[in-house]
Design a protein around this ligand. Structure first.
Ligand code: PMP
Ligand code: GLN
Length: 380
């Protein structure tokens, strides 16, 4: 058939999760916790259903959840946003990204993405009839070469997409990155799409440099996040977009005809959770840092070399001491023959660096899961 997405196959996350299931592998591939959300939140969801919160929510999200998001934004980033005009609840961060791109990017325009990047960005850009312009991150530490971003801007550039903490590398923006962004975007009408889904999973005392901290950037930005990451409920698919009223109004035009609204009971449950335990996200860095540190110590007993992880819940490993296979072949082999599923990095690139031997392991797992994986990885 004629196809809108000729270069798109099945996402690597589905491919590797299926392979893991087929071969009984420990699944450190697709990023999701294998432990439950906080009990308070689970109870609140059950109650929302039994109390009858089962019909359509307001399209933009229930007011209590939008207000909770606005309050958190003020507390975390010192930015006052209008819950009515600037906050939209969506079906995960994924829908927010699609809505933003489809609402704001015109056919023939360009969107700059930084490789490696999350795999849903480019299909959204293509469906908008636009073109993704790929700028590589520094392969040594996944930092941004802002001069290269500046050089990639053309009169057709409509949007720049950034992601910190970064999937797959865990790299994080510093204050200097926000300053560079400000300098590059000043005087243009480029929209900034900032994917901050791992905003609360940051380590070693680092501070998440949200675009929302910066008034100049926030004035041109759509910032997306996801409750899936913060509350261990990736399958609930509740995320949100924060954007100035004019940008939010456009994004909402797509949202209202794409899904109309997101799963109502979960919105009530999350609003209640945030009201009753507003500090939950403050403990998230320490919670995941303990997992990261333990996993990294365990990896020392393997032939996989762990790269630094400033934030997020993925550990990149260099496997060149264990294998010469390409990353896709290595991850298949690791899953099928060694019983540990991992995600190769090359699907996150337009042109992967030649000879790069990196795989991504998710450590948002129970200690018993990570122990089972390590036992197998020690035998590589
Ligand atoms: N952006 C990034 C960087 C992600 O890692 C993910 C989820 N893995 C998403 C967006 C999508 O989030 P959601 O599941 O809330 O749609
Ligand atoms: N974001 C998750 C990851 O990076 C995957 C989500 C998905 O399966 N689409 O692993």
């Amino acid at each position: 058939p004629r196809t809108r997405l000729p270069r798109v196959g099945t996402t690597i996350f589905t491919v590797m999760s299926q392979l893991a299931a087929e071969h009984g592998a420990v699944n450190l591939g697709q990023g999701f916790p294998d432990f439950p959300p906080p009990q308070r939140l689970v109870d609140a969801l059950a109650r929302a259903v039994s109390e009858g919160r089962n019909q359509y929510a307001p399209s933009t999200g229930i007011p209590a959840l939008r207000q909770a998001i606005a309050d958190k934004t003020l507390a975390c980033y010192g930015r006052r946003v209008d819950a009515d005009a600037e906050v939209t609840v969506t079906g995960g961060a994924s829908e927010a990204i699609f809505d933003a791109v489809l609402a704001l990017v015109h056919p023939g325009e360009e969107v700059i993405v930084l490789d490696p990047c999350y795999d849903c960005y480019e299909p959204a850009i293509e469906l908008a009839g636009a073109r993704a312009v790929h700028v590589p991150l520094d392969p040594a530490d996944f930092s941004v070469d802002w001069q290269r971003v500046r050089d990639a801007i053309s009169p057709r550039t409509r949007m720049l997409m950034v992601n910190s903490p970064h999937n797959p590398s865990g790299a994080m923006f510093g204050a200097a990155d926000l300053a560079a962004l400000r300098g590059i975007l000043a005087g243009t009408d480029i929209v900034l799409l900032s994917d901050e889904v791992y905003e609360h999973i940051v380590f070693d005392g680092r501070r998440h440099e949200s675009v929302l901290r910066d008034p100049e950037l926030a004035a041109r930005a759509v910032v997306v996040s996801s409750f899936g990451k913060t509350y261990h409920c990736t399958g609930w698919k509740i995320g949100y977009a924060i954007a100035p009223p004019a940008l939010s109004a456009e994004l909402r035009k797509v949202h209202q005809y794409n899904t109309f609204c997101s799963f109502t009971p979960a919105q009530w449950a999350l609003a209640e959770m945030i009201r009753d335990e507003p500090g939950h996200h403050e403990g998230l860095g320490a919670f995941y840092q303990a997992k990261r540190d333990r996993f990294r110590r365990q990896l020392e007993g393997t032939r996989l070399r762990p790269l630094p992880v400033p934030g997020g819940y993925f550990q990149l490993v260099d496997y060149s001491a264990a294998s010469d296979l390409s990353d896709v072949e290595f991850c298949r082999w690791l899953t099928v023959e060694k019983g540990v599923a991992a995600i190769p990095l090359s699907p996150f690139y337009q042109s992967p660096p030649a000879g790069q031997r990196l795989a991504r392991l998710c450590f948002a797992k129970l200690e018993s899961t990570l122990d089972a994986a390590i036992e197998r990885l020690e035998r590589l």
